[in-house]
Design a protein around this ligand. Sequence first.
Ligand code: NDP
Length: 241
Amino acid sequence: MSKVALVTGGTRGIGAAISKGLKEAGYTVAANFAGNVEKAEAFKAETGIEVFKFDVGDHEAAEAGIAEIEKKLGPVEVLVNNAGITRDATLHKMTWEQWKEVVDTNLSSMFCMTRPVINGMRERGFGRIINISSINGQKGQMGQANYSAAKAGVIGFTKAIAQENARKGITVNAICPGYIDTDMVAAVPEKVLEGIIAQIPVGRLGKAEEIAAVVAFLASDAAAFMTGSVLTANGGQYIAN
Ligand code: NDP
């Protein structure tokens, strides 16, 4: 029987590429999404991948969503915490709502999603948890105090639970993408984007598939000795370690 992989925010952008990549690698994939039903249904029709709507930042909704997925497909053995949002503003103009929405979706989701699956993984002696952070969690980004803080938090979370679960056959790793060509980046004003591309040594935006390939590797048996690591895929824009 094929392993079940759950990809949050798995119906669009980087998440959609991850879902497709894992399906190609032989996993039974469950793709979660927040509210864009039209996009999710189109994704399901195109790929045959099951889609599940719930808010990853709401722990009760996440618990119920995971219970539904496990009942339908079986225990989650690979969890990709990919769902994320931006609500950009400089701190002196940022609202509490902008702060909270970003921290809930990008960081509290790590708890909400991982907590319900971790005991099952520990009992079975196998698990792969792959968390999508960001270049801006590594280097900080003006206008994104909320997002940079949340994504830096994802790295701390990854390192802590990697240590807690290393003896149980569970690996926990983070990926920090640079700027990838998705709806999230399409929301960046054109002039700003031109400036960003000028700072990327490879001279272009990344592709969602280029992040999906890293996820597929981390999920595989070949990556069993990698845990607590932070992988950078950013076209050389920020060389962190
Ligand atoms: P998109 O905006 O293209 O897609 C976001 C996905 O997340 C959608 O499927 C969306 O669902 C889902 N989502 C958003 N909020 C929630 C929520 N509360 N609960 C459940 N699902 C939710 O994002 P990207 O593909 O660009 O980004 C994916 C991840 O990669 C994010 O964590 C992002 O921060 C990170 N990242 C992206 C970079 C980039 O350049 N694009 C760079 C570095 C990191 P729905 O369709 O229903 O809205």
